[in-house]
Design a binder for this molecule. Sequence first.
Ligand code: SAH
Ligand code: SF4
Length: 342
Amino acid sequence: MIPPKFRAKQIFNWIYQQHVDNFSQMENIPKKLRNELEERFVLSPLKIVQKQQSSDGSIKYLFGLRDGHTVEAVLLKMKDAQYDEKGELIHHAKYTVCVSTQVGCKVGCAFCLTAKGGFIRNLTAGEIVGQVLEIKKDNDIASNRRVNIVYMGMGEPLDNLDNLAKAIRIFANENGLSISPKRQTVSTSGISTKIKKLGEMELGVQLAISLHAVDDELREELIPMNKAYNIASIIEAVRAFPVNTRKRVMFEYLVIKDVNDDIASAKKLIKLLEGIKSKVNLIYFNPYPGTRFERPEPEKMKKFQEYLLSKGLLCTIRESKGLDISAACGQLREQELEGVTK
Ligand code: SAH
Ligand code: SF4
């Protein structure tokens, strides 16, 4: 008899490298076992409900889950494939997939559309991993191609820590997708206690903090949870987080017109991040119907960035990738729920 461990490896390979749709395609697995698997497990927990292509090449997906709820994921092409004059490939395209971890979210940020519908449920590890599998399949991305994962879709990943950790490990498994934790970034709105816990799990993932404000008063207004986990507690948790020697902690700063786009805030940001190996990512607020917030002026954004750079802080501006496809997560789902895109 072939040992079960070996079978597990084979099954893993069929699912994560061959991208099969059902157990009957697993040719080297005995029929009896295939039938048993068919009865007990689901291979494709997600169906593509909607797909929108942006002019910059990113593709946004709305996935239907088996209970009828929907979540979003985005395939971002960071770089196009490059060919020489003979048509030979020089560089592969660079892919990043932004995945959701929950249906809805409990955190309730004032600027976020996902927060509007409240919290519905956690995604299972299978549903988290499934988003990447479906996207790879849909775009014919070869199994050996490098893909980065960012947990920046809908939901607060650290509110679903057990399933998140499972997904990180499944992604990383060398018999499967082989996506090293170094290439997986967990973005959190700052649940300090859970940041500590994630660090203690020693998974080797990258950390991104959705900071968005430099004083507690404003941050509480934007992210109500800041009352329980204030900025100081987040910074303390970040300092304790094991960061890969060649990497930095990313601080996301959503820039909102006349709210947090002033140079005084940039100054405070520098003080706050003193001594932390960090990188700041400035994000344009992406407006949607009914929000009281506005997108900042590009000149203000540039000035903010230049100030940080002049003080030696690494800082990039995240062009709203696929602004024309309502890039901020939660926006496609909301349109679908309201029937806007139907
Ligand atoms: N819950 C986690 C990860 C998902 S949110 C977190 O908050 O970090 C993913 C990102 O989308 C966050 O950085 C958030 O700031 C951003 N986001 C939410 N609403 C947005 C909007 N209207 N415009 C631009 N970015 C937005
Ligand atoms: Fe949740 Fe992140 Fe949206 Fe805040 S920004 S409500 S934490 S998904």
